[in-house]
Design a protein around this ligand. Structure first.
Ligand SMILES: Nc1ncnc2c1ncn2[C@@H]1O[C@H](COP(=O)(O)OP(=O)(O)OP(=O)(O)O)[C@@H](O)[C@H]1O
Ligand SMILES: [Mg+2]
Length: 257
């Protein structure tokens, strides 16, 4: 059974159709790429899957059950986590604290209430800290644990945001252009991290313009153009698709965003 099914999703913003009757399925344990030119509707779809936006029509099914219209915090507790296109870390909190925030969801709302109202008990805080340290270390960020998040190099800030997403213990992780602004070395590191998360059984939907990253890591791709699916298949299949090449004004270097 697919982990996630997108079924006939349409999204209108006033007169603009951002997504049009879009359907596809994401298999568990895969990296699923979502690509397309600027304005194709990629972020809109991630917003709908993660509950930040409501679709005009259509359904989202997670593990066979409809999650259409559920709130983001419910979806987070059901195992959907995300990062944001512009990057969203808490700059004046330490790297470790950023990951600890992600852990709240994993430890449940009751824990969060207790933390807010009565302060963290030593045991709870210790447990969360330990898990967060391990996640930071697994992503090679342990040296930065006590540093303010905004003092990390840009590429590591993007990894930190992913680490915070991982701290929620997701089944499905939605990454919105994680390679944007990264240099080549940082992109290679990011690609390795995504592969490692897949090995841990996390299913990933990757929105990305960087074709080296997309082609090297994705198991399957959907290509959007003006909110419509114009191609779907393996990276090799999609790369050969003439409509895709046309939509991107592609040349031998790949695609232009
Ligand atoms: N909140 C909104 N209100 C009105 N229009 C919106 C809103 N969000 C997105 N749009 C429009 O919907 C379309 C799809 O936007 P979206 O951000 O999903 O594209 P995208 O594929 O993520 O593009 P990019 O690659 O530039 O990030 C665009 O025409 C955009 O202007
Ligand atoms: Mg976008």
């Amino acid at each position: 059974m697919s982990l996630l099914q997108v079924k006939r999703i349409t999204k209108h913003f006033g007169g603009l159709t951002a997504l049009s009757d879009l359907s596809f399925s994401v298999e568990e344990g895969k990296v699923f790429g979502l690509i397309g030119p600027n304005g194709a509707g990629k972020t809109t779809l991630l917003n709908i899957i993660s509950g930040f936006l409501k679709a005009t029509s259509g359904n989202i099914i997670l593990q066979g059950k409809s999650i259409t219209g559920c709130h983001p915090h419910i979806l987070a507790s059901r195992g959907i986590s995300r990062t944001f296109q512009n990057g969203q870390i808490f700059g004046n909190m330490t790297a470790l604290e950023n990951v600890m925030v992600g852990c709240h969801i994993r430890f449940g709302g009751e824990f969060l209430n207790a933390a807010l109202q009565t302060g963290w008990s030593r045991r709870q805080e210790g447990e969360i800290r330990q898990v967060s340290v391990e996640i930071l270390a697994s992503m090679g960020l342990q040296a930065w644990a006590q540093e303010p998040a905004d003092s990390l190099p840009f590429g590591l800030q993007r990894l930190l945001e992913i680490a915070r997403g991982v701290a929620t213990k997701p089944r499905l992780l939605l990454l919105d252009e994680p390679a944007a602004g990264l240099n080549r070395e940082e992109k290679e590191r990011l690609t390795l991290e995504i592969a490692r998360l897949r090995c841990q059984g996390i299913t990933i939907i990757l929105v990305e313009h960087d074709m080296d990253v997309v082609m090297s890591i994705c198991d399957r791709l959907v290509v959007l153009n003006y909110g419509q699916k114009i191609a779907e298949g393996t990276p090799e299949e999609v790369q050969k698709d003439r409509e895709v090449v046309a939509a991107y004004l592609g040349d031998e270097d790949g695609f232009h965003a």
